[in-house]
Design a protein around this ligand. Sequence first.
Ligand code: AKB
Length: 315
Amino acid sequence: MSKPTILVTGAGGQIGTVLTESLQKRYGSDQVIATDIRPAASSNGIFEQLDIMNRDRLSQLIKDYKITQIYHLVAILSAKGEKDPLRTWQINMDSLFNVLEAARTHNIDRIFFPSSIAAFGPNAPAFNTPQFSYLDPTTVYGISKVAAENWCNYYFVKYGLDIRSLRYPGIISYQSKAGGGTTDYAVDIFRAALDHGKFTCFLKADSKLPMIYMEDAVRATMELMECPSNQIKVRTSYNLAGLSFTPQEIADEIKKHLPDFTIQYEPDFRQAIADSWPASIDDSKARKDWGWQPTFDLAKMTEEMLGQLRKKVDV
Ligand code: AKB
């Protein structure tokens, strides 16, 4: 395959910030068009301001830059989504339809769409949740992901659009902040530990959730997108696992580096969301079909997060 020309939506978000940089490194800065509703935070590479709800502007950018691939990352996440369910549904679904229709009419080669462990609900097995499981999410974010997964499959079957998707666990990163999610505590805890030596967690001590370190999440995304089409057997979305831990377990791991660190628990409305999600994920299908293999466990991730955040503070 020749070098793709890529448009990324939501490039200023938690995943977008890091994925865009990795795509620039892999394919060249002039091959990646970062877009976001907000102006660019950094001036690296090509940036275009884009409200993804504006179909005409999206089409124009695809034409202007001769785009061949789209990574559509815009979404309102689980916790924020509950504050305004109808707006969340509208943004998450309409933005997807804008991308799917633009991709269909402009013959885009490949699309990436991020789904989430939020697609699962209370009736899916909580441990090692299988690829093909009951999908009865309790959040509007999760409902939009299930619907979106099915629409992606529909466009693949009906129009032959090559769409690929991953059900991301909570993503842990030092480069970019998380925002609006239920797994965000696992990002915020590191900065709080370094800055204040203490952290108040909005989930209970024993709330186990699937997570993944950003480096693994980005690599999974790029490996999936580079995989020959005939190897992709799941056109809704692949289960993806990194590691699973509780707030207590991550706090204990941080204490190995910062012995005076303390954590207290004040569960809020996000506890009910976490309780409806899996504790761990079976990603054997991703491993079998395109060779997925995570590399970060809790100890390695914690060491890396603290080391990288310390460097950021020191700069
Ligand atoms: C969230 O917490 O909403 C997200 C997700 C798991 O999709 N991080």
